[in-house]
Design a protein around this ligand. Structure first.
Ligand code: EPZ
Length: 437
C-alpha cells in the first residue's frame, strides 16, 4: 500500500481508540482465570488484534465481533500447537505462554515476532517460568513449559520487560508469588486491575518495583469482561502530529497521566497543551526549543513507541536535539528515510542526533509500525513536493481508522492499494519532483 502525503496543518477533533497493547493481557487474563466467555470492550479493529484472534481460534476458541466488542468463547480451548507463522506476526502473542500456564499448567509456543526493531529475546519470560518451578524445554523453534508450579515463589527480572511481567503475572495466578523489578506500563497496571476484578489478591508495592500476587483464594469464574483503556501511543502520536504540523487538535478519549512524559516534553519545546478530564487540546507553533537529551525508557519515562514520531517534530527545533532509546536502540529505520527527505539526522554512539532541518517530499519506505506513523508526520510537514510512503499498510497493525481520522482533521493523504499504480500516481502529481540530496 502506498500513501501519498502533502503538507497540511491538522485542525479539529480526533477520538483515540482502545489500546492495542492492553488487548493481549486482557485476553490473557480471561484465559488464565479459566473463563469460558471473555468479553473485551473498546477493542480496536486493527491487524494485530485479528492475528491474536486467529491464534485463539487455532487453540480451539471461537469469537465474534459486535461493534467494538469482542466476545471470545474459550470453552473448548486446548493445548493445540499454534502456527509459527501467525504467532511470529506479532509480539503480543507471547502472552499466550503465561495464559496457558495459568489455565493448564502447561504451554508450548513458537518464537514470537513483532516489529523488526532490534533484538527481542524471551529469556526473561523463560526465567519467570523456571523460577516458578516449571520444567522448561527450549528448542530453536519452540518453548515448552510444564509441571506443577510452586505454591509460593519469587520471580526476579534482570531487566524490566512489559510482556515478560504480564506473562509472570499470568503464570502465577494459582500461586502466591513476589515478582521483582517489574515493568509498570499502564497496560501492566490494567492487567492487575483485570485480575483484581475477579478476586485475585494482587498489588504493586515497594515504590512500584514489585508485584505481589496471591491467587490461591480466588473463585472459579465462567465469564470475564474487560474494557480496554485508551491507546496512549495513539494519543501521543496525535499530540506530536498536531505539534509538528503547527496544527490545533482536540484529542478525545485520552488519559493524560499515561502520556505525562510526552506532554512534558512537548510543553518544554513550546507546544501549547491544555488538559481536561478525558481530553487534551494541543496547539503547535512554527518553531520549537530543542531538547538536550531525551531518554526513551520504561514507564513512566518517555515511551520508545513514540521515539520515531518525536524525531520528526524535533527537526523543527531551533537547536540540536539528542535522543537515546534505552529500550530499542536499534529502532532507527526512520532516520534513513528522513535523510532521503533532506533531514540532518544521524546516529552517533547510540544516540540519535537531530539538527534543525527543513524536509522535502520524497519517495520513502516504512519498515515498522511506529516508523510508519513517524513518516506520515514527516509527509505532512514536508515542503514543496508530495511524499510517497511505501509499505503504508503497516499502519493497520496498530492504528484504527488512521486514514479516516487524518482526513477528518484536514490532513492531505491518499492511499493506493498497489505498487503498480505508483507511476500513475507520480504522473498524476503535476509538481512531483523527487527530492535528491
Ligand atoms: C512491549 O513489547 C510492547 N508490545 C511494545 O510495543 C513496546 O515497544 C515495548 O513493550 C516497550 O515498551 C506489547 O505490549 C505487545 P519489553 P515487549 O519486553 O514486551 C528486552 C508497539 O509498537 N528483553 O518490555 O516485547 C527487549 O529486547 C510495540 O506497539 C530481553 O532482553 O518489550 C527490550 O530491549 C513494539 N529479554 C527490553 O527488554 C526478554 O525476555 C524491553 O522489552 C524480554 C525483553
Amino acid at each position: 500500500m502506498i500513501a501519498l502525503l502533502e503538507k497540511s496543518k491538522v485542525l479539529g477533533e480526533v477520538k483515540v481508540s482502545g489500546s492495542k497493547n492492553a488487548f493481549f493481557p486482557a485476553v490473557g487474563a480471561g484465559i488464565a482465570l479459566g473463563a469460558e466467555k471473555i468479553v473485551i470492550k473498546n477493542t480496536p479493529k486493527i491487524k494485530d488484534v485479528f492475528v491474536m484472534l486467529e491464534l485463539l481460534k487455532e487453540l480451539g476458541c471461537e469469537y465474534k465481533i459486535q461493534s467494538s466488542e469482542v466476545i471470545i468463547n474459550a470453552e473448548k480451548i486446548k493445548l493445540n500447537d499454534v502456527s509459527p507463522e501467525n504467532f511470529g506476526k506479532i509480539r503480543g502473542s507471547v502472552v499466550i505462554f503465561g495464559s496457558l500456564l495459568g489455565r493448564f499448567e502447561n504451554a508450548k509456543i513458537p518464537m514470537p515476532g513483532g516489529c523488526k526493531i532490534g533484538k527481542r529475546p524471551i529469556d526473561q519470560h523463560i526465567k519467570a517460568a523456571n523460577s516458578l518451578g516449571y520444567k522448561v524445554e527450549e528448542k530453536e523453534e519452540y518453548v515448552k513449559a510444564y509441571g506443577t508450579p510452586k505454591k509460593e515463589g519469587k520471580i526476579k527480572f534482570d531487566i524490566k520487560t512489559v510482556t515478560g511481567t504480564e506473562n509472570a503475572i499470568l503464570m502465577s495466578i494459582n500461586s502466591k508469588v513476589e515478582i521483582e523489578n517489574v515493568a509498570i506500563e499502564p497496560e501492566v497496571q490494567e492487567l492487575i486491575n483485570y485480575l483484581k476484578k475477579y478476586g485475585v489478591d494482587i498489588r504493586l508495592e515497594n515504590k512500584e518495583d514489585k508485584i505481589l500476587i496471591d491467587g490461591t483464594k480466588r473463585k472459579k469464574i465462567k465469564e470475564a469482561e474487560f474494557e480496554l483503556i485508551p491507546d496512549r501511543i495513539e494519543a501521543g502520536t496525535w499530540l506530536i502530529l498536531a505539534a509538528a504540523t503547527e496544527g490545533k487538535l482536540k484529542i478525545k478519549n485520552v488519559i493524560a497521566e499515561h502520556i505525562k512524559a510526552v506532554i512534558d516534553v512537548l510543553k518544554e519545546c513550546g507546544a501549547k497543551i491544555k488538559i481536561y478530564e478525558n481530553k487534551i487540546e494541543v496547539e503547535g507553533s512554527e518553531k520549537y526549543k530543542s531538547v538536550d537529551l531525551l531518554i526513551a525508557d520504561s514507564y513512566p519515562a518517555f515511551p520508545t513507541d513514540l521515539q520515531p514520531q518525536i524525531c520528526v517534530m524535533l527537526l523543527k527545533a531551533e537547536g540540536k536535539s539528542r535522543i537515546k532509546d534505552n529500550i530499542f536502540p536499534e529502532r532507527v529505520s526512520h532516520i534513513w528515510e528522513l535523510k532521503k527527505m533532506g533531514a540532518d539526522i544521524s546516529l552517533e554512539n547510540g544516540e540519535i542526533i537531530i539538527n534543525p532541518s527543513k524536509i522535502y517530499g520524497a519517495e520513502i519506505e516504512a519498515k515498522d509500525l511506529r516508523s510508519t506513523a513517524a513518516l506520515v508526520i514527516a509527509g505532512l510537514v514536508a515542503e514543496k513536493n508530495q511524499t510517497i510512503l511505501k509499505n503504508f499498510e503497516l499502519i493497520e497493525r496498530g492504528y484504527e481508522n488512521f486514514v479516516k481520522k487524518l482526513k477528518n482533521v484536514n490532513a492531505k493523504i491518499e492511499v493506493f492499494e498497489d505498487e503498480i499504480r505508483k507511476e500513475e500516481i507520480i504522473k498524476g502529481i503535476s509538481n512531483y519532483v523527487p527530492y535528491s540530496t
